[in-house]
Write a protein that binds this ligand. Structure first.
Ligand code: ATP
Ligand code: MG
Length: 469
């Protein structure tokens, strides 16, 4: 076989793929837009892998970035990252990385491209600390361009589960009730389950400010735009932001941008973990991430399964969550908190259900407590940290159990006590619970701008239960 026939074959392939402008080098492969309906665009004339990036060129010179999210026969389904206003039928679609200098024809060797070459890379590096970015890695804070040393794709290989370091070191999150009673380990992935307005953002902000983690990565996904500014300026504050990277893809951004924002925040966390650092990843919220995937999946024709969510949503959640966690032994860690919305306090919501199964524990916030002014409004009876037993010594765990028993015994007898129907002396555990209750409550409450280290939290618990222990 001679080299000439090889080149001819390649020429023929490119013609089949789209337009070929060979005359002057380099050449360009492109397709064209045939349909735009709602969120999805359809293009013909290109053979691209799912997940590839491309640009749709507008007649006025504008560009729309898009990603291949599916295909049928020779039609590609593209999802834009932002508004498609102004697009016209037949608009040119150019794959990413295929416009500039490419291997030229004539030398007989077809350009060798792997599908992953077309995956977009996003800025990561120490230069991102203190910055606020959108889901595509563009600065939102007006502080000038990024000093990013590296680029990372949005999809990554999750570590082999057998190579991961076990969760055996405590991460101080700066919140007493969590430190002492729901101890979180480095590399643990926790859910924060709550309805709206019960204090999720404030609690996450406290952790971001007071945690002992080296780096904090915050993904604000699908929440109100106003909240982003509020979270950064008031909740996170200057000291919190200095060692944080915030990726914001609020509700008014396109669903692909919201998905991308969550993956990008995870990629940034992975970068720091791979540098050996302990990262706290905060994702607010996992439910909005699932909703963005639902929008996309329904738009490209996937049938809805559970409560309107197509199956791909439930496949995506563990893929995102599994990227967090510990790296290999001796390396860094990503401890993650994902908020899960449980509207109307519906714990049976399919996303909440699925999240509970894939996370290593959950903290439930109670509206009743928030309404009573008890903050952070953690429902101790409903919350659990699954890694806790391997983090703390048995004698300390005994104290935690005692605390929870006393607290919940009091809760159950609360009505009796308040109407005076309980005669003291008939139940010694309840008597102790009644005597200690004001201190138990005070232990669980913490002001927004008050920090509680792990050491202080454990010592205070010990002191609280010590006399009769
Ligand atoms: N530790 C705290 N101390 C005092 N007040 C608090 C505390 N945590 C929350 N709050 C009060 O609760 C309000 C709502 O909190 P936050 O905005 O964190 O709720 P959210 O669950 O994030 O709400 P949304 O669902 O709207 O995002 C705050 O504005 C604040 O007044
Ligand atoms: Mg909030």
């Amino acid at each position: 076989m001679n080299t000439c026939s090889h080149a001819d074959q390649w020429r023929g392939f490119l013609k089949g793929c789209g337009n070929l402008a060979v005359g002057s080098q380099p050449f360009e492969v492109s397709g064209r837009l045939t349909r735009v309906t709602g969120l999805v665009m359809e293009a013909v004339g290109l053979r691209l892998a799912v997940g590839s990036g491309c640009t749709v060129l507008m007649p006025d010179g504008g560009k729309v970035e898009a990603e291949v999210v599916g295909f049928q026969d020779d039609r590609l389904y593209l999802m834009p990252t932002h508004d498609v206003f102004g697009l016209t039928p037949g608009a040119k679609v150019v794959p990413w990385g295929n416009t500039g200098a490419l291997p030229v024809l004539g030398d007989g060797a077809p350009p060798r491209r792997r599908a992953s070459d077309r995956l977009r890379r996003f800025p990561v590096g120490d230069g991102l600390l203190g910055r606020v970015l959108d889901g595509a890695g563009r600065p939102l804070d007006g502080l000038g361009s990024l000093e990013a040393e590296h680029g990372a794709p949005l999809v990554s290989q999750t570590p082999n589960p057998l190579d991961r370091a076990p969760i055996d070191q405590i991460l101080d999150v700066g919140v007493r009730a969590i430190n002492a009673l729901l101890t979180v380990g480095r590399g643990q992935r926790m859910g924060l389950f709550a309805g709206s307005g019960v204090g999720k953002s404030v609690l996450l902000g406290m952790m971001a400010r007071y945690t002992s983690a080296d780096v904090i990565v915050v993904g604000l996904i699908g929440e109100r735009g106003r909240e982003v500014k509020e979270f950064i300026e008031h909740t996170l504050g200057e000291e919190g932001l200095a060692r944080s990277v915030v990726v914001a893809a609020p509700a008014d951004t396109w669903p692909l941008m919201r998905l991308q924002g969550a993956s990008y925040a995870t990629s940034i966390a992975e970068y720091f973990r791979d540098q050996g650092r302990n990262v706290l990843l905060i994702m607010d919220s996992l439910t909005r991430y699932a909703m963005a995937q639902r929008e996309i999946a329904l738009a490209i024709g996937e049938p809805p399964a559970t409560k309107g969510y197509p199956p791909s949503v439930f496949a995506r959640l563990p893929r995102l969550v599994e990227r967090a966690g510990n790296g290999t032994r001796g390396g860094g860690s990503i401890t993650a908190f994902y908020t899960v919305l449980t509207e109307g306090d519906d714990q049976q919501d399919p996303i909440a259900d699925s999240a509970r199964a894939i996370l290593d524990g959950h903290i439930v916030l109670s509206r009743q407590l928030a309404e009573a002014g008890h903050y952070p409004a953690i429902d101790m009876e409903a919350s659990i940290s699954r890694a806790m037993t391997s983090l703390i010594p048995p004698e300390y765990f005994e104290q935690v159990r005692t605390f929870k028993q006393l607290y919940s015994r009091y809760q159950r007898a609360r009505d009796l006590i308040s109407v005076g129907a309980y005669a003291s002396g008939s139940d010694p555990v309840l008597d102790r619970a009644i005597a200690l209750y004001p201190r138990l409550e005070a232990f669980l409450q913490q002001g927004m701008f008050e920090s509680a280290t792990y050491g202080d939290s454990a010592a205070r618990l010990h002191e609280l239960l010590a006399p009769a222990a």
